[in-house]
Structure formats: C-alpha cells, structure tokens
Design a protein around this ligand. Sequence first.
Ligand code: PEP
Ligand code: MG
Length: 565
Amino acid sequence: MATSDAQPTALTGIGVSPGLVAGPVARMAPGIPEPAIETLPAGTDLDAECDRIAAAAQTVKKSLELSAAEAKGDGRTLLETTAQMAADPTLTTSAQAKVRERHLVPARAVWEAAGTLADMLKSLGGYMAERTRDVADVRDRIIAVLTDSPMPGIPRLPEPFVLVAKDLAPADTALLNPEKVVAFITSEGGPTSHTAILARALGMPAIVGTGEQVTDRLSDGDIVLVDGTKGSITLNPSEEALRRARELASRVRVFNGDGATRDGHEVQLLANVGDAAGARSAAEAGAMGVGLFRTEFCFLDQPEEPTIEAQVEAYRGVLEAFPGKKVVVRTLDAGADKPLPFLTDSTEANPALGVRAYRTARRDPEVLEHQLQALAKAEAVTSAKVWVMAPMISTADEAKAFTDQARAHGLKIAGMMIEVPSAALMADKMFEHADFASIGTNDLTQYVMAADRLLSSLAYLSTGWQPAVLRLIKAACDGAAPHGRPVGVCGEAAADPALAVVLVGLGVASLSMTARALPDVDAVLKSVDLADCRRLAQIAIDSRTAEDARAAVRAELPVLEELGL
Ligand code: PEP
Ligand code: MG
C-alpha cells in the first residue's frame, strides 16, 4: 500500500467494533437533492427525453442485478428487490407522461413520479408501505444516471477500502461486503445502535460519531489506519504503524469451546444470533451455546404476525445448530429501534419507554402465546436445551407471569432479561420466579444513564464501564446468589475483553456476544485467575467515572497490548 509524504494526523471517534486495519478512503456519495421544477426548452425532442428515462432505468436495473449477483444473504435479497423496482414500468411510464404533458426535465419528472408512487404504496400500508424505501433508492439512482452525478449508496471499487459516510441505514449495512469494505467510519451514530452491533457481527472495525469535522477531512483515496478498539483514525499513517496493522491482521486466534479463567473457573462463552445461518457460523466458531437468540430479527420485515408453522421453522433452524447445547431464546423484543408492524405502535412519543418488548403482551397476549407454542414445538423436534426469557421485565409480577406462562407451555427453563434498573434492584424477588437472568447491558445502560443508545452525542454516557451500570450488575448477581440462579450478560459489554474480566469478577456465569469476539474474550479470560477478576471488578465499581474504571482495569491487563486489543 502506498503512503504519501504527508505527516500522520490523529483523528478520533467512538470505536464500536474492534480491529486495526488500513486502507484507502472511499466516501459514500450523499443522497440526490430534489431537482428544481424546470421545463424543457421549446422544440426539445420529447420522445428522445422519454427514451433517456427508460434507458437510465435499464442501466440502474442492470447495475443492481450485477451487485445482487456478487452479494450474499440479506444483501442479495435487498438488491434483487430494488432491481425489480427499477424494472417495474410504473415509475418510468408515469415519469414519461410528465415529460410529454408538462414538458418537465427528466430528472424532475422522475422525482415527481416517484413521489406519487411512494404515496400510493404508503396508503396501502404493511409490506407495500415498506417498499417506499426502494422507490426512493431507485429514484435517486435513475436521477444520478440522468444528471451524470455520483451513484448514491456504497461505492463499488475493485480494491478493498475504508467506507466513510454520514451514517449507514440498516439497508446499507446489509450490503457491506467484508471482502471489499475493510472498515467504516461514520460522522453520526451511537455505540449500541444496531448498525454498530452488525459491524461487530461482521467483524468489521468501525468508528462512529466522529462528527463532520473529522469525516470532512477524509477524501477519496487518502490512506487511513482505523483502530476500532480505541476509536482512533490516523490519516497518512507511518510505515511502522502499517506494518503493525498487517502483522496483527495475520494472527488468527480461534476459540476451542472451553471458556474459563486461567485457574479453571468455567465461564460459558456463548453467541448472540438472529437466525439459523448466524447460529451455524457461531457453532463453527466454537460457541458453547447461544446466550441470546433475538427472535424479532427473523420477522423485522413482516407486516403480519408470522404463523406458528413459520415460527417453528425459524426457531428449529437455530436450535438444530446446537444439538444438546443451551440455546437462550428471547421472546419478541419489538419496539423503539426494532419496530414490528404487527406488534408496535409507531405513534408513541417515547418508544424506548413505551409499550415495547414484554409489555406488548398485555395488549396482544395471543402473540406471546403463539410464540411460546411455536418454541415448545421447535424444542420437541430438536435436542437443544431451550432456555426462554422475556425482554424488559420490570417487576416481580411480570417475572412471575412470564415464567408461569412459559412453563405452562412445557418450556422447563424460564427466565428474564435484566435491562430495566428496577429488575436489577429487585433481583432477590425476581429470582423467586426466574430460573436465570441475562443482563442486557445495552438497554440497562440506556435506562440507568437516561441516554438514548442511538445518539452519538451521548456516547460518553452510553458505556457498560459506567460504575453505576456495574453496581447494578453486582446487585443482580447478589440477588441471584442466595437462590443459586445463574446470571449471564448478553449486551455488548460482554464482547469487550477487559470488561468481560470485570463481569466475571462481579459474579456473571456466562457471556454472550457476537461469535467474532469469542477468541479475544477467551484469550483475555485465560490470562487471569478468578481472584484477579474479583479484584479488578472491585476497582471498577469503586471508580469515580467510566473512563477511570476502564483505564484502571486495562492497566492491569498487559495481555491486551500483546493481542492488539
Ligand atoms: C441489550 O439491551 O443489551 C440486549 C442484549 O438487547 P438488544 O440489544 O437486542 O436490545
Ligand atoms: Mg435490549
């Protein structure tokens, strides 16, 4: 990789997915601005202008089909659907009519035709309403061809690159190909947004929330070194820094499915998964089981409640990947940044504090009933050990109601997530009902710090290193101990190798994370004894601030530097 003579420049953001890589910058083209209402000069050949629209739509369709052929999984489906929209004559004929009747310039005609089509789809609701995103995407692409502007979306380049963007929509993230995009940097976005979670799942170093003053300094082709652990970006890095990045990238660590501290205290290292494919790759990565199956991820794009049969199929696929092993299945966690059209109310003023997650069961009890039925059926046909839990349990009554209901369906091990501070504080009462708990540190942090997990401007508050969060985790473990119940962590905190040591010291029995993080967490845990974990946990909860806690614990773990973590 060529470096320039320019001096290295250090820039910072919020590191949300670890790893050290270097590459040339490719900026994501901004969206297409609304074209002005302009008419064609008198005497223009209207047929030729109409042909330009049809030809531009064809070009877009072909390029989307090409990208779809190269993509995998969700990305491929997404691109195929968008290509179909580009091939649909509704948009082009309506735009051509506007050229013929009102003599609008083609770009404006396409913009207006797309607006009408989107309104029509929106009024149909459900699945059709969700296609408005594809209409906007196709519209922008056709206009880009017509006006000879850069194509919006993720750039397509022959060589691997570091993607720089304002923010990535979930649809963009689904298209990220780790062979092409080696890292991404966004000026917006928070540390526990689902985009950040996806980056970790892809094992792609990522830095978010840099602010525009940082992304504006990065131009196409600039060489940058991205450290996703530290949240640092080096523009024009030195040869020495590039050499170290290459050396670290060449060291491949594996996890052998034997999570434990150096002195043999077992810590179950489990995987967070969202579907059968994810479960299979987690099993290949050595995960000792699943600590969080986000069932809502199977149905995010569905306008209607999935049938029991469809649910059995979806759950069975995940359970089959872990024969004889523990699979913790979370009931639908709908709401806030994961709306499910059939379960959540999009008009609430404060969706993160609203009728979301387990709370939806009061209003739509049959949806939870159906899910538990489907889960029991899926368990019956596989050998995995199902542990079921509900998200956002807030009171002991909710813990009792949910666990009673799950057991009535024959699901023997029933527990809860601890994501609301009240659940951690009332843990002793919760464990009179719950067989186990898993702490969702993403939401627990959001609620105890009163900081929206999606906001980059509040990232300094949104970290599991906050001593207040750690004290609540300790309260949860202390409440479980007299009952002999296990407490796990399945939020992003579990994937931070240094924080994992603290969590084990606080009494956490299992850590569930994106499968990519398993080798790092395992390597660091194997470098310490349980007594070290307890000592470091005490240091962390006695710290004044999150930064102090992190710095003090990291200073005691020299292995982090050796491993480039
Ligand atoms: C959490 O809140 O920590 C959690 C694991 O759930 P999710 O990130 O899906 O909200
Ligand atoms: Mg949560």
